[in-house]
Design a protein around this ligand. Structure first.
Ligand code: SF4
Length: 384
């Protein structure tokens, strides 16, 4: 269903005014200064931080290179303040058809010290905005908390339970709950009426490729509906930590796209695990589970929605209409992008053209949420 830019603008204005009335001047000012009011969306949606720092100290985690500490504290905003901050974010599109929200990218949202804050945020988002929310976790979530999470999200939220090894977790994820406890989380969330996915990310070559079958078998037994698999990014520091943890760093280096001596301090480098992802996909499907290569697709799936890319993974959409060249062209022009060439592919649109004061992130978001298809913009320099 196409989204009208003026409709988004007026919906945002209306919601902003409504939520502003629920806040004091000071609370509104704090929300307006918060990073959630300014952050750009990532490919899988806008990240929501319900806590700061993480005590689990996974050896492959990049948050410590980003300056986060191995401690955990609840995020300082209230749920209503968070909603207000999102409405002030120029990239945020409210509604079930709008921006995907992802909780748990730089912390553990269901650690004992922060889980109440996370549930408060989930409830506020579903009450006032209705956007699709997803969380990733390694925590043990009790039956009681699983029911609270389901209720706060009207049984819609998309849970991803991270398990990348059954045997090596004490080296790689030394302070996280055991994989067995995480499987219990899967079961509790499923019994609460949610649709948990196994999150096999990051795939650690030399570890996860040997264990994914066991993980998927167990996940299926405990009630996972599907699997999302994702790659590994390393910094020099992470490589060192993985080496100390006894991982097969030689196998990781073999898959690194740059010579290790050329790695710059603090910079993240992707490890090529496409072959392992393919094997995981094949096995998950063989076991009757849904498979997606990215988290946002699981988010849509659990909310009963579809995108064009999901069709490539045997998920059929009911109400998707492929945009025409002229619809895309008009929409791009409305946002100050003059297209010279538009290719509408099976799951992506590629548009090449010139930009006069346009905002490429905004354009991608509007196209994505209007037509449930990803856009790649190639901006040519204006020749004078
Ligand atoms: S649980 Fe997540 S955020 Fe925490 S250390 Fe592990 S990977 Fe990082």
């Amino acid at each position: 269903m196409a989204t009208d830019i003026s409709f988004i603008t007026s919906l945002k204005k209306e919601l902003k005014e409504k939520i502003r009335k629920l806040l004091s001047e000071e609370e509104a000012e704090i929300a307006a200064r918060d990073a959630h009011a300014k952050r750009s969306p990532r490919p899988c949606g806008l990240t929501i931080h319900t806590s700061i720092g993480c005590v689990y100290q996974c050896r492959y985690c990049y948050i410590y290179d980003m300056g986060f500490k191995p401690t955990i504290t609840p995020y300082p905003l209230t749920g209503i303040q968070l909603v207000y901050a999102l409405l002030l974010n120029k990239y945020f599109i409210p509604s079930a058809n709008g921006t995907y929200l992802a909780i748990g990218s730089v912390s553990e949202p269901f650690h004992l010290l922060v889980k109440e804050k996370t549930i408060e945020y989930i409830k506020a988002i579903y009450t006032y905005l209705g956007n699709p929310v997803q969380f990733s976790t390694k925590a043990f979530i009790s039956k009681y908390d699983a029911e609270k999470i389901a209720k706060a999200s009207n049984n819609k939220i998309s849970p991803l339970i991270t398990i990348i090894t059954m045997s090596n977790w004490h080296n790689l994820e030394p302070y996280a709950p055991t994989p067995e406890k995480r499987l219990e989380t899967v079961r509790n969330l499923r019994e609460a009426g949610l649709k948990p996915f196994l999150f096999i990310r990051p795939i650690i070559p030399g570890v996860t490729d040997r264990e994914f079958k066991e993980i998927i078998d167990l996940g299926g037994e405990y009630g996972a509906v599907g699997v999302v698999a994702g790659g590994l990014r390393v910094t020099k520091n992470i490589l060192e930590k993985l080496r100390e943890a006894g991982a097969n760093v030689g196998e990781i280096l073999r898959r690194l796209r740059v010579p290790p001596e050329k790695m710059k301090p603090g910079m993240q480098y992707e490890i090529n695990v496409a072959d392992i992802k393919t094997e995981i996909q094949r096995y998950a499907r063989k076991k009757g589970l849904v498979y997606f290569p990215s988290a946002c697709m699981a988010n849509l799936y659990t909310h009963g929605m579809f995108c064009w890319r999901m069709m490539l993974y045997n998920v059929k959409g009911h109400d998707l209409k492929k945009p025409s060249q002229s619809e895309i062209s008009n929409l791009l022009r409305e946002m100050n992008f003059k297209p010279h060439n538009i290719v509408i592919g099976q799951s992506t649109i590629v548009a090449e053209g010139t930009c006069s004061g346009c905002d490429p992130i905004m354009i991608s978001e509007i196209v994505k949420h209007s037509y449930k298809i990803c856009l790649k913009l190639h901006i040519k320099r204006n020749m004078k």
